[in-house]
Design a protein around this ligand. Structure first.
Ligand code: NAD
Length: 236
């Protein structure tokens, strides 16, 4: 494996952290962009909705690790509200983080990949985009747009040697999922969901990280514009 410079947004927690660790174990030079500071090497405190912060952190990454070859957009913010009670501010923040954050990070990183004639972009969306999710219209809208963005960018940048795929995860055991369970927002407990999942377990961050590892590899060069569900067989 030739080590590429890889950026993982949201790499400070949950799925993103597992992805950052896996890509580092694969031999990539990994940097993390997250709102929260962390002890992970090459971590940068970045709000993915703020282009200036992204550009400044990217300059440091290029100096320290070299041009970006792999970008994993994993930073995410969920939210639950009956649509009639959803404020426009809450709608906008969820769209900002989950969709506009991807826009900014992709646009800022693409020049390195175009220059190299090689790149891997992996967007972490959500299995809720398959069927919708009550009380999460803003989140599902943003993640559905990420799926669409993935397909369009794959067509646009395939000729430049860049693949763009999305992983819509099912229920993955992370702080985000456990917060939702505690607040009674899952429509049941995690255990209830396990019983409705064909493989009868909750997903692990490492399940997503393993898929990401493959999509970032040389071997995955003929896969682009795809939504690779990692959900234990449950497309909801
Ligand atoms: P998490 O809350 O454990 O981690 C999310 C990370 O994103 C946190 O470290 C947080 O600080 C960071 N973040 C949030 N807003 C940010 C911003 N504006 N700028 C930079 N960083 C920001 O959640 P997770 O469960 O690990 O989720 C990771 C991704 O997977 C998210 O995009 C989420 O929507 C998606 N997802 C998770 C599940 C699940 O079951 N856990 C299911 C489907 C999709």
């Amino acid at each position: 494996m030739t080590g590429r410079t890889a950026i993982v947004t949201g790499g400070g927690s949950g799925i993103g952290r597992a992805i950052a660790e896996r890509l580092a174990a694969d031999g990539h030079k990994v940097a993390v962009f997250d709102l929260q500071p962390s002890e992970i090497p090459n971590s940068h405190v970045v709000d993915v909705t703020d282009r200036d912060q992204i550009d400044k952190a990217l300059s440091l990454v290029r100096e320290d690790l070299g041009p970006v070859g792999v970008l994993v957009n994993c930073a995410g913010l969920d939210g639950t509200k009956r649509f009639t009670d959803l404020s426009f501010e809450a709608w906008r923040r969820v769209i900002d983080v989950n969709l506009h954050g991807v826009f900014h990070c992709v646009q800022a990183s693409l020049p390195d990949m175009i220059e190299a004639g090689w790149g891997r972009i992996i967007n972490i969306s959500s299995s809720s985009t398959h069927s919708g999710q009550p009380y999460m219209a803003h989140y599902v809208s943003a993640k559905s747009a990420v799926n669409g963005l993935t397909k369009s960018l794959a067509l646009e940048f395939g000729p430049a040697g860049i693949t763009v795929n999305a992983i819509p995860p099912g229920f993955i055991d992370t702080p985000m999922l456990r917060r939702a369970e505690t607040r009674n927002l899952l429509g049941g407990t995690v255990e209830d969901h396990i019983q409705r999942t064909p493989v009868r377990r909750v997903g692990r961050p490492e399940d997503i990280a393993a898929t990401c590892s493959f999509l970032a590899s040389e071997e995955a060069g003929y896969i682009t514009g795809q939504l690779i569900g990692v959900n234990g067989g449950r497309n909801t």
